[in-house]
Write a protein of this length. Structure first.
Lengths: 436, 436
């Protein structure tokens, strides 16, 4: 077998089999196949695509480039959720204890903020003491004890993805549906999940900017994951404006507590309940989405979800008492208020611009080495559709320093569109693609 | 400007401008842009193509990556011919003195055998003493004195092509029309030619296996070369069976002498006269191809072309007396005769198989480091269309050793198809595309 023949086959639109993909990817990870051959292949995949069977084989090869979490000995069902990333998207933090309360085990490995989208690990680490770098033994033990655990991906999990992603980033081959699919799925399958619910975000604040692109990825995740023998659901949700009322790190932990106390914003809870319901269905705990949603609401209403969240905070080294003390008070000293320039109705709040402003403020980061700050971000007073008077406060913005506030003012102002007449309500759940 | 943006633009099918191509190619040659980015770009070019304007800009950028031959002070017109490579293709050796005799200056830089196709330099070097590594001063002086000179490409000529070609070879991006066009044209323009005639071979023995692919390359060479301000003609010629009766290195020099003495095989002379005639038209020496052909025939008939060839042999260090002594005698000791297995008419002689057998025999080479042998190859007794009796000799095969003969016997036998009835004569000149 020769690497150049594999590149040529893909260049001609051929379907690579598992042996060819294993030769190529394993060869790359082991340093036998040079980057210049891999990047030519990546571009051929980008432009020629992959079948579901082929993407499944690639995912499987990538998955086995590293460690696969062994959850044997723990009673399942193991179901996880993955979001393609958005602004104000703290759904994972609410969802994990909520579905764990319903009997689902959630082995959650999350990522960090990058670009305009936030990261679950950064949010969790804003809780004083909270550790996200769990050992495998702790990860297993915490899942067994609380029904879920939250950790970062270690270097041993899918090393092929780390190498491939870095190469895709510099060769303009990031936005390829089969490559994105294999990257996401290989990591999620490696953490030990049997069933997966994907929240594929669609809109200006998402990675997939159009409903068509979002649907293509959603379908690819379902067909590829199914070809790997997993139960998969993709839910396409709107990411036009930020989700919920708080965008930040600790700010989003606060909003998580609000939600767990049954006082969360409507849009955020609608998405959270729907995804949770699908997780229950995927795990066999509920027969229908409606039944799943009832069970999720109950676990919130009864406070069981909140209890599990607090148990997890303590289990992972965080200080629940300190968390409650900081709640409502943990704010950067530099802040300003966004005021409505005119009266009317909020027509739109551009999630992409808010997310981008967050990078300047210290919520997110430009490169993997930038620090993030716990106490910065946005508290929104009103969302799209709300009536406002001229000069009324729309939001409060907290930044790592005064300069960061100056840097974002124009950008944040331009994120708001105010006009006469209430805009039509946008649906949040755009499409559901299930293969369970 | 960022390399990744240039890759992305090409990936989306955009047209790169000269500044972008210069940034990218110059950056690659200087080591600022890594191979993995260049190979992703090469694949994007392969799959998305290039416009004529874009290919011309790429050619121009590649051309200026190295030295451009300065022929000022010598009176032109400077016209060269380039063949995309075939089996038994010794046209350059006959053509250069033939058109030089008609007043054209031919600054010919040639390549070596690679794979199943022969190389002009290897053929010339089979003449004892002949030097193909001329200094620039010698190259200029010999063109001025004899009307032509034959040399190899120095490392200073289009270094970008050497780097790009090596990378294309290992990334399955060789067979791209715009990349082939830029590779060929940049080298030919760098040698100082004002007008160029391309012999684009088509058929199993050629690089372009189908008339459609050959025509695509022929048109690309014309449109791109024209966009660079050169006068360009492409002639598509058949490469189904070997050209002429001899395939080898010294064997092809012998056949060159036959042709220059007006005793060459009909097929070889048909192609040579046609290409020569176009060179005369391209150089302004003849008004029509018919007039050009008359002048070429005259330069052969009068012996002037032969005189110039012998003058060039002496000028480049070869020994004309030794050449004539060796003629008809310079044969490897290991040989065998190919006999007709049945009677009938020769339906086909597969040029590709003969060329491939030549690699084993020592005519050509697999890798650039393999040696070639002067005294090996094929002497064909009969060509396609000839009647043969069972057991009659079809060809004599000379090899570097007995093992090489054994290795090719089945391959050579399978190259011949003999059947009842004379086959229809295949036209040799398939299409002519002129922009002069």
């Amino acid at each position: 077998m020769r690497a150049v023949d594999i590149i040529q086959k893909k260049r001609e639109g051929g379907e690579l089999d598992r042996a060819e993909l294993a030769f190529f990817i394993d060869g790359y990870v082991a340093g036998r196949i040079p980057e210049y051959q891999v990047s030519a292949w990546l571009m051929a995949v980008f432009l020629k695509g992959m079948s579901s069977v082929e993407a499944a084989a690639l995912t499987d090869v990538m998955l086995h480039s590293g460690k696969v979490m062994d959850l044997s000995g723990i009673t399942g069902p193991f179901v996880d959720k993955h979001s393609t990333g958005g602004v104000g998207d703290k759904v994972s933090l609410i969802l994990a204890p909520m579905v764990a309360a319903c009997g689902i085990k959630v082995p959650m490995m999350s990522g960090r903020a990058l670009g305009h989208t936030g990261g679950t690990l950064d949010k969790l680490e804003s809780i004083p003491g909270y550790r996200t770098g769990l050992s495998e033994a702790d990860f297993r033990a915490f899942i067994e004890q609380d029904g879920f655990a939250m950790t970062g991906q270690t270097a041993e999990i899918v090393p092929a993805d780390k190498k491939l992603y870095a190469l895709r980033d510099v060769t303009a081959t990031v936005e390829s549906i089969p490559l994105i699919t294999a990257s996401i799925l290989s990591k999620k399958v490696a953490e030990g999940a049997e069933a997966l619910v994907f929240d594929v975000k669609s809109g200006p604040g998402a990675f997939m900017k159009t409903p068509e692109r979002a649907e293509a990825l959603a379908r690819s995740l379902v067909s590829t994951g199914t070809a790997m023998g997993k139960r998969i659901v993709s839910v396409i949700t709107d990411m036009t404006e930020p989700l919920g009322l708080k965008v930040g790190n600790f700010l989003e932990v606060e909003e998580t507590l609000d939600c767990l106390e049954n006082a969360g914003p409507e849009d955020l809870m609608e998405v959270t309940y729907r995804l949770g319901a699908w997780m229950l269905v995927a795990g066999g705990v509920a027969k229908t989405v409606e039944e799943g949603e009832r069970l999720c609401r109950k676990s919130i209403r009864t406070g069981i979800a909140r209890e599990l969240f607090m148990a997890n905070v303590r289990r992972q080294g965080g200080q629940p008492e300190r968390l409650l003390e900081l709640r409502g008070n943990y704010r950067a000293k530099d802040s300003y208020e966004v005021l409505a320039p005119t009266g009317g109705f909020i027509q739109a709040i551009d999630a992409y611009k808010i997310g981008l402003a967050g990078v300047y403020l210290g919520v997110g980061r430009d490169t993997a080495l930038d620090p993030v700050y716990p106490d910065v971000g946005f508290v929104l007073d009103k969302k799209t559709g709300a009536a406002v008077l001229a000069g009324e406060r729309l939001a409060t913005v907290y930044g790592k320093d005064a300069a960061s506030l100056e840097a974002v003012k124009a950008l944040v102002a331009s994120a708001y569109a105010i006009g006469p007449g209430a805009p039509a309500r946008r649906p949040l759940i755009l499409k559901e693609i299930s293969a369970i």
